[in-house]
Design a protein around this ligand. Structure first.
Ligand code: ADP
Ligand code: MG
Length: 703
């Protein structure tokens, strides 16, 4: 058979089903499988044998260390490495790894954000093996490391990470969906999961240029810089052919991802110059979340091999589109059925309509919290501009479903579905193509796309765990009430019709099929009383909304203490990010821009003087005008710099919390913009030779 790179490398670094069969005795394999598939408890004996098998496999593949890989509230992954070496013999190396080491780890938790969940003197934090996400090998300068996905919690059992609530939310969703399915013809279903496909956007810039920009190094985005003559207005980058250097990067990225068992599928250029996207085939939520972390990490690593830097920030460049992550979400049964698949006659598919109305209700009632799940300081810069969903959560259903929803609201039931048509391209030799039942709407933050919802607000650098936790939990909570109602109904069919109609009637305000980027929509959203949350600090308040607390406690996903701690972490994170940005601006302005501008105006003045001396009647009005303009802007720069220093000092001396975050948002951030503006103007005037950092033009077009 012919060799194929995908088949050759796929999953070679994963402790997957094939490897487990090879390295584990049959009984152990079955024990582990039933834990993975049915959530049964794992006995210590099984754990010990699994650990042995895992070690043998890892050693056979060159591993020297193992690590519990976890996802603290920093949003990135963390790990502490231990080698397999044990002290049993002083004459030869004995390599050990047992069940205990596999199941539990104890990294010092004191240096991870906990939002007051544990004082530093109670530093204990535990990592617990998550056997539902496969272990994998990482190969880098450290050698080969066995990475074991784990959950991270405090001594008292509170979640200190992103994974634990996600796993809890999947369980909550499972419980309620199964209750609903009992009423339908789905007898064989014993478990459901949510399926997630995360499309990842990113920028690639030349690493030498990146290294010359402190703002990119320290904050991931440019804090200064103006648009070159050409931006994205020609729309020639989107889906454009991929240049050699980026192509090499993508090729290698795919291979690395395939090795890790990640189903890297789609790659293309995005709207902004130097922007690209990668989408894997969807997987179950927990694995998709772990994989997305690995995708981000691998992108960074592979880019450096090509002397490129991968930027995952939501808004690395002002003036061109930023990056996001589209979180495609659905519910699948263990019999392989997608519960959000409408089938050919959606109006008759009551089961689908019930789940659809549950999602609509969950999104409407929890719009602000869903917005929170996609909030970070970077996304604040992206929303609302003509490039990303606005700060209003609404749902796009498409023509066909919108029509059905209208029929139901008016008449109690729907009698027909708009059929999809064949498309007439007008050329006989082209095949006749069947259209989708609905067109797409790229401006909607939450769009139904055929058999799944696409949540388009998620930030590009953020873990998708939070967004999926909120989706699962809020939908589970709605389904719980629905299941209660249906369980108690005497006449199931009419109760079901009523329930669907009532739900759609009460929540149709969240459905919006128009242009989400238009000004009119903001006004309309006001009229509909939909929450409009423009920034992360305001969004954070929804953690402590009584509605959120009730739902998350009832579904056992986050306790009040955990919600409070997460709000604290958010406020702190926001303040810290803006503080770092402010400090970087101060540093760059004082040490790079101001000296360069002084150099330029001095040069100008010198040239005016020399000309005047050499030829007193020569006209130097252009130079003088430029000198005046630059000197004025320089004075403005200096003033703005002084103010920024003052306010950021005040900000960093404030106690951590909401008030501090508000101060950073309202005062420090404003002062940052005031400093940026004259410097960006100067960039257009000052000699490029003297300008101390690479320009947008250099970075976006010369990769
Ligand atoms: P587009 O950019 O047009 O939205 P892509 O093909 O780039 O489409 O991405 C679609 C994503 O949705 C892929 O990751 C795909 O695997 C995922 N997806 C498809 N079906 C489902 C589903 N049932 N549940 C979750 N994700 C899905
Ligand atoms: Mg998409």
């Amino acid at each position: 058979m012919e060799k194929n790179i995908i088949a050759d490398v796929f999953g070679t670094k994963v402790f997957n089903d094939d490897v487990m069969r090879e390295y584990l005795p049959k009984k152990t394999y079955q024990g582990l499988k039933s834990t993975i598939e049915n959530g049964e408890e794992l006995s210590p004996e099984v754990a010990n044998i699994v650990a042995h098998g895992m070690k043998e496999w890892a050693l056979a593949n060159g591993a020297t260390h193992y690590t519990h890989w976890f996802q603290p509230m920093t949003g990135i992954t963390a790990e502490k490495h231990d080698s397999f070496i044990s002290a049993e013999s002083d004459s030869r190396a004995v390599l050990e790894f047992n069940g205990k080491e596999l199941i539990k780890g104890e990294p010092d938790a004191s240096s991870f954000p906990s939002g007051g969940l544990r004082a530093t003197f109670e530093a204990r934090g535990y990592t617990a093996w998550d056997c539902t996400s496969p272990a994998f090998l990482r190969e880098d300068a450290l050698g080969v490391t066995l990475c074991i996905p784990t959950a991270f919690c405090s001594y008292t059992g509170e979640a200190l990470d992103k994974k634990t609530p996600l796993l809890r939310s999947i369980e909550a969703l499972n419980t309620q969906v199964l209750r609903i399915l009992k009423h339908f013809d789905e007898k064989d279903v014993t478990k459901i999961d949510c399926s997630v496909g995360a499309e990842q956007e990113y920028f690639l810039v030349d690493r030498d240029m990146f290294m010359k920009r402190d703002d990119l190094i320290f904050t991931g985005r440019t804090l200064f810089g103006c648009m070159p003559p050409k931006g994205q207005e020609m729309e020639d980058h989107y889906f454009g052919s991929i240049r050699e250097r980026q192509a090499k990067f993508m090729n290698e990225l795919n291979i690395e991802l395939w090795k890790l068992g990640i189903l890297s599928k789609t790659q293309h250029n995005e709207v902004a110059p130097a922007q690209h996207e990668m989408a894997p085939i969807y997987d179950t939520a927990n694995i998709a979340t772990d994989h997305n972390q690995l995708v981000m990490e691998t992108m960074k690593k592979v880019a450096r091999r090509h002397n490129l830097e991968c930027l995952l920030h939501e808004k690395p460049f002002a003036g061109v589109n930023g990056s996001g992550k589209h979180n495609n979400w659905s519910i699948v049964t263990d019999t392989g059925k997608n519960l959000l698949s409408p089938g050919s006659s959606p109006h008759k598919n009551k089961q689908f309509l019930l789940f659809l109305s549950a999602v609509i209700k969950a999104v409407d009632e929890n719009a602000a919290f869903l917005r929170m799940s996609a909030s970070n300081p970077g996304n604040d810069l992206r929303f609302g501009a003509d490039e990303a969903p606005p700060s209003i959560v609404s749902i796009f259903l498409g023509e066909q479903l919108e029509d059905i929803v209208e029929q139901i609201i008016e008449n109690g039931v729907a009698t027909h579905s708009i059929k999809s048509e064949r498309m007439d391209i007008g050329v006989n030799t082209l095949p006749s193509v069947k259209k989708d039942a609905s067109d797409r709407n790229r401006t909607s933050p939450f769009a139904f796309t055929g058999n799944k919802f696409e949540f388009r607000m998620v930030a590009s650098s953020m873990s998708i765990a939070g967004a999926n936790t909120v989706l699962n939990t809020t939908v589970a909570d709605v389904l719980q009430d629905m299941a209660d109602e249906l369980d108690a109904a005497e006449d199931f069919d009419s109760a079901l019709d009523h329930l669907i109609q009532r739900t759609l009637k009460e929540h149709s305000r969240v459905i919006f099929n128009g242009n989400g980027y238009s000004e009119d929509w903001v006004e309309e959203a006001h009229r509909r009383n939909l929450p409009i949350v423009t920034n992360m600090v305001d969004a954070t308040a929804s953690f402590l909304d009584p509605k959120t607390i009730k739902i998350f406690e009832r579904q056992n996903v986050l306790s009040l203490t955990e919600l409070e701690s997460r709000a604290e972490i958010n406020y702190e994170a926001y303040s810290k990010v803006i503080n770092i940005e402010a400090k970087t601006m101060i540093e760059m302005a004082s040490k790079q821009y101001v000296p360069a501008i002084i150099k330029y105006v001095t040069k100008l003045a010198g040239s005016i003087n020399s000309i005047n001396t050499a030829c007193p009647e020569a006209n130097t009005s252009v130079q003088t005008e430029l000198l005046k303009k630059c000197s004025d802007l320089l004075a403005k720069t200096q003033n703005a710099l002084t103010t920024l220093i003052e306010v950021s000092n005040i900000g960093s001396s404030m106690p951590e919390g909401k008030e501090q975050a508000e101060y950073y948002r309202d005062t420090v951030f404003t002062a940052m913009n005031a400093l940026r503006s004259p410097i960006d103007e100067l960039e257009m005037l000052v000699d490029k030779e003297i300008w101390p950092v690479p320009s947008y033009g250099d970075m976006l077009f010369e990769v």
